[in-house]
Design a protein around this ligand. Structure first.
Ligand code: FES
Ligand code: FES
Length: 133
């Protein structure tokens, strides 16, 4: 199985790892295929994601995907952020092996869950989006 240089870069040197203090939204999801867990915390200012961290028990592909997701969504509006799907992330990473495509659900779903949490906390439940997995 071959990983692209970008996947290796984000796996070896993942961006935005950890947990934000006093986050405005928290999303935690499990992957139905492998049982791994992903948690994301976000800060929101004026409807934009100003900061985001992730923590995962997932595999290397999940780490690379989540790292890439955090870079892709910083500065985006919440509505823009939840439109990013697993294929967008796989493309941004220069591709993922077929067997590892499900791992990218963890990244995009944890992000969506964190945004959904923000929308629920702020009285906008009508905006809540469905997860992919
Ligand atoms: Fe579990 Fe990749 S195999 S997240
Ligand atoms: Fe857990 Fe892949 S099944 S790392």
């Amino acid at each position: 199985m071959n990983y692209s240089d970008k996947v290796m870069d984000h796996f070896i040197n993942p961006r935005n790892v950890g947990e934000l203090e006093n986050p405005d939204g928290v999303g935690q999801v499990g992957n139905v295929n492998c049982g791994d867990i992903m948690r994301m915390t976000i800060k929101v200012v004026d409807n934009r994601i100003t900061d985001i961290n992730f923590k995962t028990f997932g595999c290397g592909a999940a780490i690379a995907v989540s790292s890439m997701v955090t870079e892709m969504v910083k500065g985006k509006t919440l509505e823009e952020a939840v439109l990013i799907n697993r294929d967008d992330v796989a493309v941004a990473l220069g591709g993922l092996p077929d067997k590892k495509l499900h791992c990218s659900n963890l990244g995009t779903d944890a992000l969506k869950a964190a945004v959904n949490d923000f929308w629920r906390r702020t009285g906008q439940p009508q905006k809540v989006v469905k997860l992919e997995d």
